[in-house]
Design a protein around this ligand. Structure first.
Ligand SMILES: NC(=O)c1ccc[n+]([C@@H]2O[C@H](COP(=O)([O-])OP(=O)(O)OC[C@H]3O[C@@H](n4cnc5c(N)ncnc54)[C@H](OP(=O)(O)O)[C@@H]3O)[C@@H](O)[C@H]2O)c1
Length: 296
């Protein structure tokens, strides 16, 4: 009962105390489960992606991380642990296709890259950086790998966010022509789109298991630099990157046992639509899929 009340507060659920409380019911994960598995993590050079990469190397996985800035990788401890790096901007759709052609088969793909850039930049005359990198870019990566039969039997996981909970998918003005650019609103919209992708993609890529999750509120550079007010307010309560990576690690370990298309928080399946007004129409879903399959 007390747990339920604390979860309802959100604050004491998404924070590190929430993680510690939920962790009490966790079972141990067999570390050998990732032996000889190849795992690709987009945006794995810092924060949650880096922590996940480190966890996976301890489990003998072969880990490849991507990012735009190679220095982040070099400054991390990842290269000492045998992690490979591939330079990739998730807004560079040709670069995504090239990377997919250069890679071999992937056992798990974690679509983690993301941020909240301060300045508006429009890509392919269609999207801002947030939507292009987190939604379009990740879809194109999945598509390119799947078309080359490199995701057969694989799990794909989207690192979404609880920031999408109060938001309904809005595809009406992805170039911010009719309103002032709002990075937080764009981020929430892209994270909502990732949840929808997780539900829709199993029907397109039948050989892949898709899941997504909210990592909680995690102490990372992205949070400190992009939302400093929030960082200051929650600073002492934020989760560590390792705690933030836990549910992704768990989802990968469960693989096909999980319900295809589902959303998780702290190793528990959650309804991604706690507010009925955030449910998009079937037309909006179709519009999103059409957008993803267009050429840019
Ligand atoms: N921290 C939280 O509380 C929290 C909560 C909910 C969800 N998340 C999600 O968790 C994911 C990881 O975030 P984080 O907090 O760990 O932040 P982070 O430490 O800044 O890590 C972001 C990673 O993504 C890469 N990246 C960012 N934009 C990219 C782009 N356009 N193309 C390619 N790579 C890009 C970054 O490297 P480069 O900059 O070098 O490219 C970096 O490796 C994000 O999707 C974020 O939305 C975080």
């Amino acid at each position: 009962m007390f747990n339920k009340i604390l979860d309802k507060t959100v604050y004491f659920s998404f924070d590190s105390s929430g993680f510690k409380r939920h962790q009490k019911s966790y079972s141990e994960i067999n570390p050998n489960i990732f032996d000889n598995k190849t795992i690709l993590i987009t945006g794995g050079t810092s924060g949650i992606g880096e922590a996940l990469a480190l966890k996976l190397t301890k489990s003998n996985a072969k880990v490849i991380v991507t990012g735009r800035n190679k220095n982040k990788f070099l400054e991390s401890t990842l290269s000492d642990k045998g992690v490979e790096f591939s330079s990739l901007d998730m807004c560079d759709l040709d670069g995504i296709k090239l990377l997919a052609s250069n890679l071999g088969s992937i056992d798990h793909l974690v679509c983690n890259a993301g941020g909240m850039p301060e300045n508006l930049k429009i890509h392919y005359n269609s999207f801002d950086t947030i939507f292009c990198s987190q939604v379009i870019g990740h879809y194109k990566l999945v598509q390119a790998l799947a078309e080359q039969k490199k995701l057969n039997g694989a799990c794909v996981h989207f690192n979404s966010s609880g920031g999408m909970y109060p938001v309904k998918l809005d595809l009406s003005d992805l170039k911010w022509e009719n309103k002032r650019y709002d990075k937080v609103a764009s981020y929430a919209n892209a994270k909502r789109a990732q949840v929808i992708l997780t539900e829709e993609l199993p029907t397109i890529f039948k050989e892949v298991t898709f899941t997504c999750s909210h990592p909680g509120w995690v102490r990372t550079k992205a949070v400190e630099e992009s939302i400093p007010g929030f960082f200051k307010f929650t600073e002492n309560r934020l989760r560590s990157p390792d705690q933030g990576a836990d549910t992704i690690y768990w989802c990968l370990s469960q693989g096909e046992k999980l319900e295809n298309g589902s959303f998780y928080f702290d190793r528990t399946k959650k309804d991604p639509y706690p507010f009925f007004w955030t449910k998009e129409t079937d037309d909006a879903r179709s519009q999103l899929i059409k957008m993803l399959n267009s050429e840019y």
